[in-house]
Design a protein around this ligand. Structure first.
Ligand code: GRF
Length: 206
């Protein structure tokens, strides 16, 4: 009888800068949805540009390898991105890792983005292409929008503008503060990011 074809290993490397609630949702989904058996995919590392990122302790508590590439110790954006790519490489021996920006608050250089073209995803807290950049919830409220949301997209050299994989729409309620809206959007982020990754893994094949 033919042995079932085992998928090639697909490391998932998650980049964070803070709480890492999206990272936590991804770690949980990888386990609950059996990504390793189904796609050979596993969370290989959580890497942060900030040594004090709370998500690092949570990931370590889950037995996930962690690393810090502190952007404040590098003289340029290019030098930081080079060090970041070297750190990712330590968990990606075959150059197949899916790199996931999850609350990662750094703008990456075109060279870094090109290196991971097609396997670099991000989650942004707005309905792109509306409201790229920062303070998305305050801007949506001030613009009188009726809806806000979140987007998972491929990362390209142009900030917050790559091909869209998943979106979630969230109503803006009368009297909403940016904080209340952010919390409502975040619960949807935790659903659409794992959904986008699972679809990417399925479409990427073995
Ligand atoms: C989230 O709103 C996410 O969309 C943005 O960073 C915020 C915090 O994310 N990129 P997390 O809790 O650190 O995952």
């Amino acid at each position: 009888m033919n042995e079932p074809v085992r998928p090639l290993p697909r490391p998932l490397v998650i980049l964070i800068s803070g709480t890492g609630s999206n990272m936590q949702a991804i770690v949980r989904a990888a386990q609950a949805q059996r990504w390793r058996e189904r796609f050979g995919a596993f969370v290989a590392a959580v890497i942060s540009n900030r040594p004090d990122a709370k998500g690092l302790a949570w990931a370590a508590g889950q037995g996930v390898p962690t690393a810090v590439v502190d952007h404040t110790v590098y003289p340029s954006r290019e030098a930081f991105d080079t060090a970041l790519a070297e750190a990712i490489g330590r968990y990606d021996p075959h150059g197949r890792a899916l790199v996931l920006l999850a609350g990662f608050m750094r703008i990456l250089t075109p060279g870094f983005v090109q290196r991971y073209a097609g396997r670099l995803l991000n989650i942004h807290p707005s309905l792109l292409p509306a409201f790229p950049g920062l303070h998305t919830h305050r801007r949506a409220i001030e613009a009188g929008c009726r809806f806000a949301g979140a987007t998972v997209h491929q990362v390209t050299a142009e900030l917050d503008h790559g091909p869209i994989l998943e979106q979630a729409v969230v109503p803006i309620l009368p009297g909403d503060t940016p904080e209340a809206l952010a919390a409502r959007v975040l619960t949807q982020e935790h659903l659409i990011y794992p959904r986008a990754i699972e679809r990417w893994l399925r479409e990427a094949g073995a």
